[in-house]
Ligand binder design. Structure first.
Ligand SMILES: *Cc1c(COP(=O)(O)O)cnc(C)c1O
Length: 430
């Protein structure tokens, strides 16, 4: 494939935008080549400015469960646009979307809308701290909760330890209240509770981790986590910004029996428009301004155009629950195909699927936490990514990301992708 126009566009962007991109992972730093600049999407396909067509398994990093340019979502957005882009005043569409969410999640009595997942999680953490009167929080190494200061703490040695900022510009004073635990390891969480002098406000977790590759939490672990939070009076927050409406209609909560105190949502909830949300029990949400003292606000929060997109998307999902079985079957077919292609060239691979989410690692052992994930063969992944791209298959450009199936991803696209995987793996291992 020719990428000449994208290469030129990237150079031009580089001159005026740091790294040429508005979100770092888009730069293809971890893989080979330069990022295709996208001209448009259509159903399950992306088209770049060189005229190349790709089967899209990134789907704007999760939001597009109906693929690109879904007619119903598009129509509702255009209708909303004609009424005005933003009012900074209440609209009924916010209530309608809130009602859909509340009726879907028995853990959510009230929900507030924001404009990104980052904002949703940042606000939920503030509310948890305000509600409990405690400062310390626990997060898991390898889980991503957006880029707000106190959550931008990654792996230290993997052991439970007080967090160090993982970015310059984040004062240690802001992350010293963030304690790190190991995913799927309850002892590490107990250690955090033991280490915290003033008590833990909340434990935040991706119940199906999607930001260290796809790594689901084990049911027993979640149960023990719930019990531990109860014992210590800490809130349990499920960050379902990615897994919400993706792993199932109810996200991870459609799979596990464990119930969180608060939930954060994003991505699919906006169907490609900037929307995030956080919600929970009414006793907790009552602490939020203007009902309560915990401040949180946003000029464009609950934006009517974004709400219209989210509402249409959610209603479509709710009216067709069997859809997740179909998406899951296609995801399984894709992963089985990749696995067989890897077997054929004796390359170790582990795969997983949760609803419309899929993940694979070039690794010879199961991945249960971030340390395991780090052991995947990233060099091989980089070559695989490039080979697949050249064959018209657009995979996330990092081995630590999750892939997505949309309703526009056809069986023929899955088959074509598996064929590309065979060819690519043969080529890069020759
Ligand atoms: C994407 C993501 C976020 C951040 O959402 P943004 O809209 O990118 O700010 C937070 N948590 C999880 C689990 C995510 O996957």
């Amino acid at each position: 494939m020719a990428y000449d126009k994208s290469i030129a566009a990237f150079e031009e962007a580089y001159r005026v935008i740091p790294g040429g991109v508005d979100s770092p992972v888009r730069a293809f730093s971890g893989v080979e080549g330069t990022p295709p600049f996208i001209e448009r999407g259509e159903g399950g396909y992306l088209y770049d400015i060189d005229g190349n067509r790709y089967i899209d398994y990134v789907q704007s990093w999760g939001p597009l469960i109906f693929g690109h340019c879904d007619a119903d979502i598009e129509a509702s957005v255009i209708e909303a646009v004609k009424k005005g882009l933003s009012f900074g005043a209440p609209t009924t569409v916010e209530t309608e979307l809130a009602e859909e969410i509340v009726s879907l999640f028995d853990t959510i009595d009230k929900v507030r809308f924001v404009s990104s997942g980052t904002e949703a999680v940042m606000s939920a953490i503030r509310l948890a701290r305000g509600f409990t009167g405690r400062d310390d929080i626990v997060k898991f190494t390898g889980c991503y909760h957006g880029h707000s200061d106190s959550l931008l703490v990654q792996a230290g040695s993997g052991a439970a330890t007080f967090g160090n900022p993982s970015s310059p510009g984040v004062p240690a004073d802001l992350t010293k209240h963030t304690l790190l635990a190991t995913y799927n390891d309850i002892e590490s969480v107990k250690q955090c509770f033991a280490d915290s002098k003033e008590g833990i406000a909340c434990v935040i977790i991706e119940p199906i981790a999607g930001n260290m590759g796809l790594v689901p939490a084990e049911e027993q672990f979640l149960k023990e986590l719930r019990a531990l939070c109860n014992e210590h009076g800490a809130l349990l927050i499920f960050d379902e910004v990615m897994s919400g409406f993706r792993a199932s209609l109810k996200g991870a909560q459609g799979i596990t029996t464990v119930k969180p105190d608060m939930v954060t949502l994003g991505k699919v909830i906006g169907a490609g428009m900037p929307v995030g949300a956080f919600g929970g029990a009414k006793e907790i949400m009552a602490h939020l301004s203007p009902e309560g003292p915990v401040y949180q606000a946003g000029t464009l929060s609950g934006n009517p155009v974004a709400m219209a997109a989210g509402l249409t998307s959610l209603r479509k999902l709710k009216s067709n629950p069997a859809l997740y079985v179909e998406l899951g079957n296609r995801a399984k077919k894709l992963m089985e195909g990749f696995k067989k292609a890897a077997d054929a060239v004796n390359v170790p691979m582990v795969t997983d699927v949760r609803g419309s989410m899929f993940g694979f690692f070039f690794s010879d052992k199961p991945v249960r936490n971030f340390a395991d994930a780090l052991e995947n063969d990233q060099k091989l992944f980089a070559k695989f990514h490039k080979g697949m791209l050249d064959r018209g298959v657009y995979l996330a450009c990092s081995s630590f990301e999750t892939g997505f199936i949309s309703t526009a991803t056809t069986d023929a696209m899955i088959e074509e992708s598996i064929k590309a995987a065979y060819e690519t793996l043969k080529e890069i291992t020759a």
